[in-house]
Design a protein around this ligand. Sequence first.
Ligand code: GN1
Ligand code: MG
Length: 362
Amino acid sequence: MELHIKRVFEAFAAEGAPVQADPIKTGHINQTFVVRTDAGGSYVLQQINGRVFPDPEAVIDNKVKVASHIAAKRAGLPEQEFRRRALRFFETRSGGFLHKDPEGGFWNLLNYIEDSRVYLRTPNSKVAREAGRAIATFLKDTEDLDPSALNVTIPRFHSMSLRYSQFDEAVASGSDERKSEAEDLIGRAFELRSEMLSLERRVSEGLIPLRVTHNDTKISNVLFSEDDEALCMIDLDTVMPGVVHYDFGDAVRTICNKGDEDEQDVANVGFDLEYFEAFVKGFFRDSGLDLRSGEAEGLAFSSRVMTFIVGLRMLTDYLNNDIYFDTAYETHNLVRARSQFRLADLIGERLGEMEEIVSRIG
Ligand code: GN1
Ligand code: MG
């Protein structure tokens, strides 16, 4: 095990000495390791990316606040069950939940839930339904937490107007080579601007109430047991005030995609209406979440918006020569953007059916 990781781990008040550290590679931003100790326990050690999150203290503060709020709601469960359904952060030996290493890296430590799994792609309707339940349960668990108690760690994170202005700047400064590779997507983004700004208009007019949202509800952020029961939501880095549409739409983006987020062949991108129906059932029927006034309208449409906004950010990053998302190859962000734009268009074709499902079940 790398000496650096060992030292960082030892800064936390955890039990036992670290014996093994394995990287978890599903995220695009932060570095994460599963650390095993000689005391038999396992932990998740995570470095917060200071370029993406300029105030790591504010991030960990949000994470601890939300995790302990949810854990308090699980307090009645038997110990074994509680341990599998709640995230718990560990303090450092000098106090506080954040450790700053000598190189200026920021770290936090939480429990690792054994015998669990995550999916990058939905394997069946049961998983889609369980994911819907887990995401809505997160929203229900946090509905009595004042959103203004959370720090805004990435201002205007899901603001389409911000993402468009970053895109416009990237088009202005991007290389001719990358712009020509991405010509079709740049054109599509220009065409869709007014439609895509419509959700934000409703948010700015105050027509949708703010609540605590997760803001990164992709399928790989739902933790499952080995028999496919959703245990809890993980990756609380982006918990902030938001609207239900962010979490609903972003969830549909991955849960109902027949392909991967970075599908190389757009022909493999597909929208699965059966998964959507299962997701909506889990979201509404299995969670006990009651929407507030103004929240029901435009939910199906939010799937198109949230799929597009992620694609737009990936396209922008491609034009900026890949400074934000981790990439594995030269055109990775372009490939991601192309598959997300394709999915947004497929969702557009099915919106009528999706709205019918939401109004029947929701
Ligand atoms: C990033 O780092 P990760 O994989 O949890 C991004 C999300 C995107 C997602 C796309 C802070 O999440 O907004 O939806 O990639 N997180 C941040 O997979 O930008
Ligand atoms: Mg995330």
